[in-house]
Design a protein around this ligand. Sequence first.
Ligand code: ADP
Ligand code: MG
Length: 369
Amino acid sequence: QPVVALSGVTKTFDGETAVENISLSIEDGEFVTLLGPSGCGKTTILRILGGFEECDGGRVELDGRSMAGVPPESRAVNTVFQSYALFPHMNVFDNVAFGLRIAGQAETEVRRTVDEALKLVRLEAMGKRMPSELSGGQQQRVAIARAIVNKPRVLLLDEPLSALDYRLRKQMQKELKLLQRTLDIAFVLVTHDQEEAFSMSDRVVVMNDGRIEQVGTPREIYEEPANLYVARFVGEINVLDGTITGRRAESYTAEVEGASVLVKARREFAEGDRVHVLLRPEDFRVEVMKDLEESPDLADKFAKALLKGTVDGTCYRGATYDVDITLDDGKRILVTEFFDEDSESLYFHAGDRVAVGWFEGWEVVLPHE
Ligand code: ADP
Ligand code: MG
C-alpha cells in the first residue's frame, strides 16, 4: 500500500485552475520530486498533502486513510519550507524541541529525541547557538531537524535548497539523500532545478501548467521523454523533423532533415506519419567530411544516418566541448564531443564540412506536435 495516494486532485483559486486531475502514488521510503517551472502547481500539491489547503475535487490518502477534513497537525506529514521559519529568539535545541514540548513530551525524552535529530543533520555541537549565529545551510539543517524530530511518515520539502549557493546546494543534496535513506521515510521534494531532481530522486514527476506530463525514474525521463515539453525541460535536446517512409525489421526508414535515415522507435508509426526524432547532444557521431572520404571504414559509423552540415563554432566545457552545426537544410543542432586523448586541440573547427550520424540504439521518435 502506498504511503501517499492522490487521485484526481484538482484545486482552483478564484476561478483559475492551479492543479488539475493530479493522480500520484508514493511508496513508503521513496524519494519523489515534483519538477516544473514556477507557477505550475508544485507548492499547491504540497500544501494539499500537508493539509494547509483543501482540494476542490479528488481524494488524498495517507496510509490508506482519507485526509478529507484532517488538519495539518493530525497528519503524519511535516513540511520544510524554503524560508526556514525558525523562531529567532530560541536557540537551535529549543527550535527543534518546540513541537515535542507543545505535544507534552517528557523533558528527558525531548532531550534524547532532539539530540538524535541534531546528530542526523550534523548539528550536534550547535544546540546552544541562536539562529542568527548560523549560516544559511546550518539554518536549513535546523529546519530539517525540526521537521523530522517527531518521526513523520512523509517529509515534504518545498525548494529547500534554492536559497543556498551552488557548492553548498550540491553538498546539501547529497546530505538530504543520505538522510532520507537513513530515516527510510518518503520524501516529496519540490524543485524547478532538473539537476537537483535527477541527483536525488527515485522518481521524478514533471509538471506543466497544473498537470503531470510524465512520471518516471530520472533515466526514464531523460532517455524516454513522453513528449516535447518533457524533452525540452530536462537537459539539451535536438528536435529533428521527419516523415516515416517505411519499415525495415525493428526499424523505420525515414526522411529526416532532408536525408534518408534509419530510426529505431518504441512506438508504432505508419508510412507517411510526420515525426520528431529527438537526440541528445551526446547521441551524435560527427566526422569531418574530408577524413571520412579518406577512411571508408569510418563510414560504418554512419550506417543509420548521414546528414551533412557545416560547423558554426565550438565551446569549451572542460571534460567535453560543444559543437554547433548547421545542417544543409538549415536546421541547427548542438553536439557534445569528448576530447580525443592523444589530440592537443579540438577536432572540429568553424567552417568544417561534417557528416552527422548517431549511435546505434533506440531513438526517441514522437508524433509531430
Ligand atoms: P509553483 O509552486 O509550482 O510555483 P504554485 O502551486 O505556487 O506553483 O501556484 C500554482 C498556481 O496557483 C499559480 O498560478 C499561482 O498564482 C496560483 N496560486 C497558488 N496559491 C494561490 C492562492 N493562495 N491564491 C490564489 N492563487 C494561488
Ligand atoms: Mg512553489
